[in-house]
Ligand binder design. Structure first.
Ligand SMILES: Cc1cc2nc3c(=O)[nH]c(=O)nc-3n(C[C@H](O)[C@H](O)[C@H](O)COP(=O)(O)O)c2cc1C
Ligand code: SF4
Ligand code: SF4
Length: 217
């Protein structure tokens, strides 16, 4: 039995995971702090690249995986995916049957979750085949491990607007326990889930000049 697990900030990885779950005709499960350890044979795990790294909230999930095999899919915004899949493959116990980077829009540029489904054709074949495959090693910027969450925090500001009703949804959905009714704290990794899921559009983000410059390049 196969199941598709995903972690997503602004919904891009969720869109890829939904597609895979449909194509593979499997369950789709979000990775949260309370997601039970998978009991299926194959876990397909979809997550985004954050600052050329694996998002911190899914590291405990990856380390606890004890399925027979796993497939790793990382979405990224077209800048650089670093060496994320190789690092994730090293982190997990199960044999990796497929691994692929999928380019989608960049969250910080307000781009959509659109991706090319044909990028997943080979992955789906490999998942169905179930043979172990080595995750490709790729180049990573030497500065990528230099306080990634801190770099996002100084590059992206989140502002609460007057339309906030203190409904608590952002507090409940934040993967880092980093926001209280629209006010983020220093644990925030700027995944922007709160911004995209606020039912009242009461959170907006802005980029610092240095982040704008970096993204433009
Ligand atoms: C905190 C953060 C860091 C990111 N770092 C990178 C990066 O290093 N390289 C890249 O190409 N895209 C980067 N992106 C863009 C995301 O990888 C891309 O938009 C992804 O599809 C978002 O998926 P999600 O909506 O499931 O979180 C970053 C986005 C965020 C929010
Ligand atoms: S989800 Fe939106 S409206 Fe609700 S508390 Fe958070 S910022 Fe306010
Ligand atoms: S507070 Fe920060 S970490 Fe939490 S959902 Fe919002 S952007 Fe993500």
């Amino acid at each position: 039995m196969t199941a598709v697990y995903y972690f997503s900030g602004s919904g891009h990885s969720r869109a890829v995971a939904e597609y895979l779950a449909r194509e593979l005709d499997t369950d789709l499960i979000e990775i949260t702090n309370s997601t039970p350890i998978p009991s299926c044979d194959t876990a397909v795990i979809v997550f985004p690249v954050y600052c050329q790294n694996i998002p911190a909230p899914i590291i405990p999930f990856l380390k606890s995986l004890n399925t027979k095999s796993a497939a790793l899919i990382a979405t990224y915004g077209g800048i650089s995916h670093g060496n994320v899949l190789f690092e994730a493959a090293k982190m997990i116990e199960p044999a990796v049957t497929a691994s692929e980077y999928i380019k989608t829009g960049h969250t910080y540029l307000g781009e959509s979750a659109e991706f090319d489904p044909s990028d997943l054709t080979e992955v789906i074949k490999k998942i169905k085949l179930g043979q172990p495959n080595e995750a490709a090693r790729s180049r990573k910027n030497p500065l990528a491990d230099f306080f990634p969450a801190w770099r996002s925090r100084i590059g992206v500001k989140i502002r609460r607007l007057d339309t906030c009703t203190s409904c608590g949804k952002c507090t409940e959905r934040c993967p880092m326990n980093a926001i209280n009714n629209g006010i983020p704290n220093n644990n925030c990794i700027r995944c922007l889930r709160c911004v995209s899921e606020c039912p009242n559009g009461a959170l907006e983000f802005s980029l610092s000049p240095i982040m704008k410059f970096y993204l433009k390049r």
